[in-house]
Design a protein around this ligand. Structure first.
Ligand SMILES: Nc1nc2c(ncn2[C@@H]2O[C@H](COP(=O)(O)OP(=O)(O)OP(=O)(O)O)[C@@H](O)[C@H]2O)c(=O)[nH]1
Ligand SMILES: [Mg+2]
Length: 277
């Protein structure tokens, strides 16, 4: 498996060679799943265009998607809310890629970048009209660059997802970009997921699983009980329960959770105020 630096270098090269760069972010976590480092590389170069596909909008209520779109457009970024699953706005995306490219050149090269599991390969497959880029509910599924001819004019590069260094482990688990089986301590990872979700929406886990709890460890114990995850001696098998919870979140998006756009705006304004003092 290539090292993180190799992934970064690969993505940098792709951006360098592309006219239009599509950053695919998860519509549930539009702020957390952006990679500013790559965005800035595109924005520094006036001959390149950055489009953000806010994918998986089927997992978020419409009014939240609309709010995020407005907020990010104020930052002068072109946002296209999409759902590869429900084939929403995928032709809009294709047309925007083609219309954004420099008209002088007939051939357009574009690349899809973003965190693992955001739906890059799924979107490309829809643009192409048949499955060509392998897709899986497994973060880090695309391992190497893949070039796909979408039309005679348009070539698209699919890139492996890159995890930004700045993202905390709790946020990586929240966004679902780490394979649950790769976590060495699933119990701690599950606690941290529960804690992080409670911070964003304190009632959503108990509503989803119909379990009342005071703390993440208590939730996991009750969850193990409810799912009959027990060791041979009858003792609760917290490790298996934790893996089930993590897999349901990462692979099936079972808990309806998303970043609050209003909170994002408040925090952003506070940061700007601090900077101006
Ligand atoms: N609900 C929902 N799931 C989606 C959508 N698009 C993709 N997925 C699912 O998300 C998972 C990851 O999709 P991929 O297309 O493999 O994602 P990727 O960004 O190419 O992932 P890497 O190759 O790991 O970087 C798969 O289980 C897809 O079915 C969407 O619009 N909505
Ligand atoms: Mg992929």
């Amino acid at each position: 498996m290539p090292r993180k630096d190799d992934y970064d270098t690969m993505v940098y090269k792709m951006i360098r060679d592309s006219d239009v760069i599509i950053e695919v972010v998860d519509a549930r976590f539009p702020s957390l799943s952006r990679t500013k480092k790559f965005e800035n590389m595109v924005l520094r170069n006036p001959s390149k265009t950055l489009l953000i596909a806010m994918n998986k909008v089927d997992l978020v209520p419409n009014h939240i998607v609309t709010k995020w779109k407005k907020i990010l457009e104020k930052e002068r970024i072109s946002i296209i809310p999409t759902s590869a699953r429900e084939r929403l706005s995928t032709s809009i995306l294709r047309n925007r890629i083609i219309s954004s490219a420099d008209k002088e050149f007939f051939y357009i090269t574009s690349c899809f970048i973003g965190l693992p599991n955001t739906g890059k390969s799924s979107l490309i497959n829809i643009l192409k009209g048949r499955s060509s880029a392998p897709v899986a509910p497994i973060p880090g599924f695309t391992k190497a660059l893949q070039v796909l001819r979408i039309t005679t004019r348009l070539r698209i590069f699919d890139t492996p997802g890159v995890i930004p260094v700045k993202l905390s482990m709790a946020d990586q688990i929240l966004i679902g970009i780490i394979r649950p089986e790769k976590l060495s301590d699933p119990v701690k990872a599950a606690w941290s997921l529960i804690h992080r979700i409670d911070e964003i929406n304190p009632n959503i886990i108990s509503k989803t699983y119909e379990i009342e709890y005071e703390s993440p460890p208590e939730f996991l114990e009750k969850f193990a009980e409810k799912r009959h995850k027990k060791k041979k001696g009858g003792e609760l098998d917290l490790e298996t329960a934790a893996r089930v919870l993590l897999a349901e979140h990462t692979n099936k998006a079972k808990i309806p959770i998303w970043e609050d756009p209003d909170k994002y705006l408040i925090e952003k304004r506070e940061k700007e105020k601090e900077r101006s003092v």
